[in-house]
Ligand binder design. Structure first.
Ligand SMILES: OCc1cccc(Br)n1
Length: 445
């Protein structure tokens, strides 16, 4: 709509709609179900959070990457019964291609690593912050999108990689005021389950599916878990053994049950020893029930939890040494984590740790006379070219309005462009915190 179309609206304030609009239905001005807008205040908090994600990633020497939000559906169609598959936001595009809004970032990362192939020098330390989607029936009123911070180390088979990425998350928590009294990490290894299943000759290809069933152990009745395990080919005896092992909370006990020769125990012992050296032992504990809900994990798995038990898992991750070969690539050992942007904000609210993030502008510049609007623009440009932020008053407004806006935007200085000062090549400056007022030359701004 151009300004001249102003049908009946006054010079100031909202324009009344032109005649043809009346017979249109007003659109729904809310964002689509399960999605969020980020108006300025929410966007400041989001930027604060993401800046901490990125600063920690760079502190650990990681490089930022990103991928399309839209991916081929084939990237996510794993057959292990994962919730992330059941809730895939997928459709057929106008070219009849099956596509999906990514529900996570790791498969895209794996795709890019395969695509780049031999041109990459390992190890890779990549991070990303990206919006991920799920299509969940709104019966539960949950969100359909969130932003995930991911850090991944590709090409390191040793547990030092897992120890490093856990250290990065703890560094993040400490930066934003979260302590080991607020949050802990439950750590286990899928090799624990694997060693049990192998003793009962459960085929390797059932492994991912069994883990997904076990991951639901606190979400559905135990009888349903047993039924699903039976359907997956796990005998009643094997199921009982599995459940017994899953209740173990100490490495010593686990070693008694599994024996001290397997990789599971060796990996976990090494991780806890490295935790000591990194200085974060108080943050982590062994918990055999942790399997995580993604089929592709093959080793150490972990999840961050709030010790008050009020919130869902804050973050989670683990080792995934076989993901690339599922896409036809050569396997490269890898581990990483995902950290969503919603639960952490709930935790910060709970702990009274949300930062105060008001708008801050250094200068508000105002012409005292409509004929000086051009002069005010000149002053604003001089200040901006010096790297100073300026809110330029763009209309002829009473001073009362200007002071009110200056307070709302937390301006430090009010620059008044008046005719008498301007004729001397000067402007009026008012320091808003002290009220002190003086005239200065333009080159002293
Ligand atoms: O935590 C799983 C997940 C994936 C995509 C979107 C949202 Br909301 N949540």
């Amino acid at each position: 709509q151009s300004p001249t179309d102003n049908a009946g609206g006054g010079r100031s304030g909202a324009l009344s709609p032109p005649p043809f609009v009346e017979d249109l239905q007003r659109i729904d001005v809310n964002p689509p179900r399960g999605t969020r807008d980020f108006p300025p205040e929410e966007m400041r908090l989001r930027n604060w959070l993401f800046n901490n994600f990125k600063e920690v990633s760079c502190l650990f020497g990681f490089e930022e990457v990103d991928f399309p939000v839209l991916e081929s559906e084939a990237l996510f169609v794993r057959k292990a019964g994962e919730e992330i598959r059941d809730q895939l936001y997928c459709f057929e595009d106008r070219g009849n291609r099956r596509v999906a809004l990514r529900p996570e970032l790791t498969p895209s990362l794996a795709r890019l690593v395969i695509q780049k192939g031999k041109s990459l020098s390992l190890p890779l330390k990549w991070f990303a912050v990206g919006q991920c989607w799920r299509y969940e029936r709104m019966t539960r009123g949950r969100r359909r999108e969130h932003y995930q911070w991911n850090m991944d180390i590709i090409g390191v088979p040793e547990v030092t990689a897992e120890a490093e990425i856990i250290s990065s998350i703890i560094t993040f928590f400490k930066r934003i005021g979260i302590t080991a009294s607020d949050v802990g990490f439950k750590v286990s290894s899928r090799k624990v389950l694997q060693e049990v299943l192998m003793r009962y000759s459960i085929p390797e290809e059932s492994f991912g599916k069994v883990c997904i069933i076990i991951d639901k152990i606190e979400k559905i009745p135990l009888d349903d878990i047993k039924k699903e395990l039976k359907f997956a080919g796990v005998s009643a005896e094997a199921t009982e053994k599995l459940l017994q092992v899953l209740s173990i909370k100490s490495l010593t006990k686990l070693e008694e049950i599994l024996g001290g020769t397997g990789d599971a125990i060796a990996d976990l012992k090494q991780l806890f020893s490295l935790a000591e050296k990194f200085g974060y032992s108080e943050w982590i504990q062994f918990d055999a029930s942790i399997v995580r809900g993604l089929a592709y994990y093959t080793g150490i798995v972990f999840e961050g939890f709030d010790r008050e038990g009020k919130l869902r898992a804050i973050c989670g991750g683990g080792r995934y040494d076989r993901l690339l070969s599922t896409f036809g690539g050569d396997d490269i050992p890898a581990c990483g984590f995902g950290f969503g942007d919603a639960v952490i904000v709930e935790l910060l609210k709970e702990k009274g740790l949300l930062p105060e993030l008001g708008l801050q502008v250094e200068n508000i510049v105002c012409a005292l006379d409509p004929d000086l609007q051009g002069a005010a623009a000149t002053v604003a440009t001089i200040l901006r070219e010096k790297g100073q932020s300026v809110d330029l008053v763009l209309e002829n407004k009473p001073l009362k309005w200007v002071f009110k806006r200056a307070a709302r935007i937390n301006a430090s200085r009010l620059i008044l462009v008046g005719i008498s000062e301007w004729q001397k090549g000067m402007v009026g400056v008012k320091i808003l915190s002290s009220g002190e007022q003086h005239e200065i030359k333009l080159d002293e701004l």
